[in-house]
Design a protein around this ligand. Structure first.
Ligand SMILES: *[C@@H]1O[C@H](CO)[C@@H](O)[C@H](O)[C@H]1NC(C)=O
Ligand SMILES: [Cu+2]
Length: 179
């Protein structure tokens, strides 16, 4: 009994040690973008959205055809504002990945049609470009949407502040050595 328990405890520690945080910038260079728009994440990893410029949301959307810019209730950051040119103390919305199914999201800012301008993304997107949960199809649906749905409240994650890592390539490469 004890033996089994300590194995479980040890493996829980190991998976915690391997858990990664994936940072996605919101509004890079003042544009209507998530950068990068997709990340591949494992169960237990965190995804941290960080606002770098402009007034945006990260809202879970999609789940059915044509719904890329409509809330599906899984999570919502509410409207947060990034301060252009600042790398520290920027608003963040952080969530934990609980399964490896596609998790699709969009920006609900209707001033200047953010979702319609392809401000959509996915954690673990479908690889097949014909799948509704692929980035290609999300972008296609988004471009055909008249008006985005706005969700109320902060749900499914935590709002805080953080620093822009801005070193996505280097971080990705160094993970091979660190992990
Ligand atoms: C951010 O955008 C929302 C939705 O368009 C708007 O209601 C809100 O006033 C904006 N906030 C600021 C500070 O401009
Ligand atoms: Cu936006």
């Amino acid at each position: 009994m004890h033996f089994t328990k300590s194995i479980i405890a040890a493996s829980a520690c190991i998976s915690a040690a391997f858990a990664a945080t994936h940072q996605i910038q919101v509004g890079t260079n003042g544009q209507r973008v998530f950068d990068p728009p997709t990340v591949t994440a494992a169960v237990g990893d965190k995804v941290q959205f960080i606002w770098v410029a402009g007034n945006h949301t990260v809202t879970s959307g999609g789940g059915s055809t044509g719904a890329a810019c409509q809330p599906n209730g899984a999570f919502n950051s509410g409207f947060l504002i990034g301060n252009a040119g600042q790398t520290n103390n920027q608003p963040t919305f952080t969530m934990t990945v609980t399964n490896t199914k596609p998790v699709t999201f969009y920006c609900a800012q209707n001033q200047n049609d953010h979702c319609q301008a392809s401000m959509v993304g996915a954690i673990n997107p479908a690889a097949n470009d014909n799948d509704a949960n692929s980035l290609v199809q999300l972008q296609r649906q988004a471009s055909q949407t008249q008006k985005s749905g706005v969700a109320n409240g902060i749900t499914g994650g935590t709002v805080g502040t953080g620093s822009v890592t801005n070193k996505k390539r280097q971080l990705r490469a160094s993970r091979f050595f660190v992990v």
